[in-house]
Design a protein around this ligand. Structure first.
Ligand SMILES: [Zn+2]
Length: 473
């Protein structure tokens, strides 16, 4: 049920302007949203979960506000290099060596793990899913357009984008080109004209055969990483889109390069709102293999946690703030999450009264205002608890909770049901089974006696065509 809220008032921080702006889509009711997806060469970790939960919340808020959202996401299943400077190892081949599999199998395996993680933390799947390997011709075509317009040059290593020809190159990152030059790394690709120039197409090494390589007008090789997002988002939405999301680590290079390629090719403004998610630290440190603190959603489950309490934990922070994960913080989140489910269960057992919905609406309005205020989920959760602690009648609390959870996606009603099944005493379940046997045998007197016994234990038996169910009184 949707109330008469003041809707469509989303305020969103735009990295491009470094300020919170009122969101206005290109088309009245429609929102195009492109999210940079995973490079599927290793396990997704809880830092990824945080980022995609943030995207999921944004989509849910937009939908609540009445927009028709198309959420597109790419999967980077083509090799690109470990370093942002177009040097170093190929990520997919690194994964293939590590797991002793073909690059294609590695991509398949870790994409599966990624979706398992996303489903477990309650994220809705994107509407449009694009794999980089399915869009090689589109990427080549885009590079050809850039070549025709004079933005590219060829060196021994590949085709590069000349960033000095694109005057707005530093608009998103606000980097100082002079400082960038001074800090240039030793591993600078030979022949590159500017430090910030980046590969559009890389040639396969002459001495080795790559598992993933394609023919192109310039020679056998593989696309640079950035070009796939420009080519695929254009395929999904055309030259312009409303929102593009990613991690803050993508601002300086990946997204900056996406803008350069896209706008140089089309002459139009590529993205109106850039949304960036901040990092997750673990025990106060950056996640790293050497520290042994890279945890996956599967690790969280293996330790006995409900992955949705991880979602709860992330929603108590803000997507633009760095968050520090500790097992203690997850423990606390799980306790709160369980309390929430217990509230749902006890509210459902209270009688519903018809009272004016004014108060309930004011909590809901507060909640909606918070999530529309640059996705302030922490404040929204605080409002949810205030509402639960208020003197509103049970029925109204349930109505408000169900609206709130449609945005938070914590699945508390589903969990309350699951939880309730577990709480039916074995004695009651045995009696129900006996009753079924009497019913099948046509002994309705004995069957009714069983029903009475079950009733004495606090449960109603509800018969339907598909069988009998128990409901707590
Ligand atoms: Zn991307």
């Amino acid at each position: 049920m949707k109330m008469a809220y003041t809707t469509r008032m989303l305020k969103l921080y735009n990295t491009l302007s470094r300020s919170v702006e009122e969101f206005k889509p290109l088309k009245d009711d429609q929102v195009s949203l492109y999210a940079c997806g995973m490079t599927v060469y290793d396990n997704a970790h809880i830092g990824h979960a945080k980022k995609y939960i943030g995207d999921d919340i944004l989509v849910r808020v937009l939908r609540w506000d009445g927009y028709e959202v198309t959420h597109a996401m790419n999967v980077t299943d083509v090799g690109h290099l470990v370093s942002d400077e177009d040097t170093g190892e190929d990520k997919m081949e690194k994964g293939a060596r590590k797991y002793d599999m073909s690059v294609w199998d590695v991509a398949h395996k870790f994409e599966g793990q990624f979706w398992d993680s996303m489903d477990a933390v309650g994220n809705d799947r994107p509407d449009v899913l694009m794999h980089a390997t399915d869009y090689i011709p589109e990427q080549i075509a885009l590079i050809q357009t850039l070549e025709k317009k004079g933005y590219t040059y060829q060196i021994e290593d590949g085709i590069y984008f000349d960033t000095s020809k694109f005057p707005h190159y530093f608009d998103l990152s606000r980097q100082d080109p002079e400082k960038l030059k001074a800090g240039a790394r030793v591993e600078f690709v030979e022949g590159k004209k500017n430090v910030s120039d980046f590969a559009l197409w890389k040639f396969s090494p002459k001495t080795e055969k790559r598992e993933m390589e394609w023919e192109s007008p310039w020679g056998v090789g593989f696309p640079g990483w950035h070009i796939e997002c420009s080519a695929m988002s254009m395929d999904a939405f055309g030259p312009r889109l409303d929102i593009h999301t990613g991690g803050i680590d993508h601002i300086a290079i990946h997204h900056t390069d996406e803008i350069a390629q896209s706008e140089a090719a089309t002459g139009e403004k590529f993205v109106n709102y850039w949304v960036h998610h901040n990092f997750l630290l673990v025990d106060g440190q950056k996640m790293s293999k050497s520290l042994g603190n890279v945890y996956s959603v599967q690790d969280v489950i293996a330790k006995g946690f409900d992955p949705l309490s991880l979602r709860y934990l992330f929603l108590t922070g803000h997507y633009r703030q760095e968050m520090n994960f500790t097992w203690e913080s997850l423990e606390a989140a799980q306790t709160a999450y369980k309390k929430l489910i217990a509230h749902v269960r006890s509210l459902q057992q209270e009688p519903t009264e018809a009272v004016s919905a004014e108060k309930e609406e004011s909590y809901e309005q507060q909640f909606i205002d918070s999530v529309n205020d640059d996705l302030n989920t922490a404040k929204a959760i605080a409002t949810m608890w205030d509402m639960l602690k208020s003197d509103l009648p049970a029925g109204e609390k349930i109505t408000a909770l169900s609206m709130m959870d449609s945005i938070l996606g914590l699945q508390i009603f589903k969990k309350a049901e699951e939880h309730e099944e577990v709480l039916i005493p074995q004695e009651v379940l045995d009696l129900l089974q006996e009753r079924e046997a009497f019913r099948k045998a046509g002994d309705f007197t004995a069957s009714d006696e069983m029903r009475a016994k079950i009733s004495d234990l606090g449960f109603d038996v509800i018969d339907s065509k598909t069988g009998s169910q128990l409901k707590k009184k």
